[in-house]
Design a protein around this ligand. Structure first.
Ligand SMILES: C[S@@+](CC[C@H](N)C(=O)[O-])C[C@H]1O[C@@H](n2cnc3c(N)ncnc32)[C@H](O)[C@@H]1O
Length: 253
């Protein structure tokens, strides 16, 4: 997959994507990440990318001409044309289903905004999709773009060694992940659940599924309502309900 990023701070991406899983995916050619400085597309001596808003008021707005010039330079270089995503707090909330769809695209261009945002004409006529990382405002689109790229790259085949760990992750199958434990077996009297030490793989799988259902039911019931549940899951949920009902019986009337 090729990802082109339009930004006024390309150097911000260097360290986060030099190491770890994304760094390795780049080295192995699974993802081709290209950073483009929007200022390189300006024509004036001062490389200006922003101007005061029409109608007055505070803040600056990213100008349409350098954005279009930067986008067209990328399109001229690309072997085809993928969607242009603008990172924006006003966009669709980024979720796993959208990431799965984007991971199927061979090409993707991401625009990072700054100041008060970009000239709305650019959004209307050139942007295919606006994506938000949540209902809060960051100073620029670089960190949101990094969130998008990181979450996207781990879905690409061959990036994460064991496919299972991606599929088991929270949200992939709509449920939250089950709890994880590692050595030591005991720490300050805190034990690891017995079943995980039993070597009984079927029992471990059942326990993990039940705990994933328990966590999702407690923390994110709206996810559970959309999750594809098997008959076995329904049975596990019935067990959880019975366990909870049991706990609710008061000791004394
Ligand atoms: C200071 S923000 C502009 C916010 C804009 N005035 C608004 O209230 O909608 C500057 C840039 O940061 C990025 N940004 C801020 N919050 C974001 C979020 N939650 N998700 C994605 N991008 C965000 C966008 O690229 C935006 O153009």
């Amino acid at each position: 997959m090729r990802i082109d990023v339009l930004t006024i701070f390309p150097q911000m991406f260097t360290s986060p994507f030099a190491d770890s899983i994304v760094g390795k995916a780049r080295q192995r050619g699974i993802v081709d990440l290209r950073l483009h400085d929007i200022r390189d597309a300006t024509r004036d001596r001062h490389r200006v990318v922003d101007d005061a808003p029409y109608g007055g008021g505070s803040g600056m707005v990213m100008k349409i001409e350098p954005l279009v010039a930067a986008l067209e330079a990328v399109r001229d270089e690309q072997p085809g044309s993928g969607p242009l995503v603008y990172m924006s707090p006003q966009g669709e909330r980024l979720e796993q289903e959208r990431l799965k769809a984007l991971a199927r695209e061979p090409l993707l261009t991401i625009l990072c905004g700054h100041y008060e945002g970009v000239d709305e004409r650019f959004v209307e006529h050139f942007v295919d999709l606006e994506l938000s990382i949540g209902d809060y405002v960051t100073t620029g689109g670089e960190i949101p773009a990094m969130v998008l790229i990181d979450a996207l790259v781990r879905l690409l085949p061959g990036v994460v060694g064991k496919r299972d760990s991606v599929v088991q992750d929270s949200f992939y199958g709509r449920l939250l992940d089950y709890p994880h434990y590692t050595r030591p077996q005991g720490f300050r009297g805190y034990a690891v659940p017995e079943v995980l030490l039993s070597g009984n793989h079927a029992a471990i799988e059942r326990w993990r599924r039940k705990e994933a259902l328990r966590k999702t039911r407690r923390r994110r019931p709206e996810l559970l309502a959309q999750a594809p549940l098997s008959e076995e899951d329904q049975g596990l949920l019935a067990e959880l309900e019975a366990e909870e009902a049991q706990r609710e019986i008061p000791l004394r009337q």
